[in-house]
Design a protein around this ligand. Structure first.
Ligand SMILES: NC(=O)CC[C@H](N)C(=O)O
Length: 309
């Protein structure tokens, strides 16, 4: 078991916070452009221990692409591996998350993986529900269960802001609808997708969810199986191969843990048999990953020898 002290978090966050100057806050979703680049926070939730944290640990951010992991978990639980992977493949792309380029590669069309937008939209399209609210509720219920926090919900303003400007995601949907990858109403799908991306969490809540994945689907406090272990394993594998967008290879070498990032500036990571970590800093590098988050995880992974490789 790797031991991490609160002082480690405080020291390393202090050490790397300056890197915020090297990044830029995402502004293609208008409501995200208001985020302050100097905001930062980190929390570590050890398996069988107390959460520790540093920075603005109560600050709520929208989880954005991290929600792709949770939507995938819901779809796998509801439909099983075979059905999910008949709609979306398991291969990394090395393209940006919003790219349309590889959609035409596979015939019949199939997005490469559930961590790029096309694949995530196809996965969300599978989630059960009579309407978009019920579909969002399925994802929220999983997040609430894994975080042990019933209060978690989505940020209406950020969801609306993305919904009004999601032209590229609409384009991906129209392409996929033409090719039979998705069915039903595109506007309803975008409603669900933008709400799942706008789920509001703080680093403490997110670190607990990451700890469940680190503990192979078992609750980090009670050890009860709250997510099937094969679902946790599939999600973590995608986190390694595609979780950090087209920077996943570099991240695997520099940090070496399953992790997923979101364009709001959050990253969650699962350290096997140890715990879950969540870090937030909205200034992003060119690939869309938090610069403070990356530097922080690189430092800590090096000192604590986290790498699974
Ligand atoms: N990389 C991300 O976090 C992207 C999520 C964002 N909601 C989008 O679809 O563009």
């Amino acid at each position: 078991m790797i031991k991490i002290e609160e002082q480690d978090l405080i020291d390393w966050l202090e050490h790397v916070r300056i890197y915020a100057n090297n990044g830029k806050v995402a502004d293609y979703i208008p409501a995200l452009a208001n985020q302050q680049p100097e905001t930062n926070a980190v929390a570590y939730y050890p398996i069988g221990g107390e959460v520790i944290f540093a920075g603005q640990s109560q600050y709520d951010f929208t989880i954005q692409s991290i929600s792709k992991v949770f939507a995938l978990a819901v779809a796998l639980i509801q439909h099983g591996e075979q059905a999910v992977f008949s709609r979306v493949d398991k291969e990394p792309t090395s393209d940006p998350f919003y790219s349309v380029a590889k959609l035409e590669v596979e015939k019949p069309a199939k997005p490469f993986n559930p961590m790029i937008n096309a694949g995530a939209l196809a996965v969300t399209n599978m989630i059960r529900g009579r309407n978009s609210e019920e579909m969002v509720e399925e994802i929220l219920n999983l997040v609430r269960k894994l975080s042990n926090d019933e209060t978690i919900t989505y940020n209406q303003e950020v969801a609306q802001s993305e919904y009004e400007t999601a032209f590229l995601n609409r384009a991906l949907c129209y392409f996929m609808k033409q090719h039979g990858v998705i069915t039903g109403s595109i506007e309803e799908l975008l409603d669900v997708y933008t709400k799942q991306c706008a789920i509001n969490m703080n680093v403490k809540q997110l670190a607990r969810v990451a700890a469940v994945f680190a503990n192979d689907g078992r609750d980090p406090d009670t050890d009860e199986q709250i997510l099937p272990d094969h679902v946790a394993r599939i999600c973590k594998t995608f986190m390694v191969t595609c979780g950090m967008y087209d920077e996943s290879g570099t991240f695997a070498i520099n940090v070496g843990i399953p992790a997923k990032s979101g364009v709001s500036g959050c990253i969650m990571g699962s350290i096997k048999q140890s715990g879950g970590i969540a870090v937030f800093g909205p200034a992003l590098n060119k690939k869309g990953n938090s610069v403070v988050g990356l530097r922080f995880l690189e430092k800590l992974a090096d000192v604590k020898r986290w790498s699974i490789f």
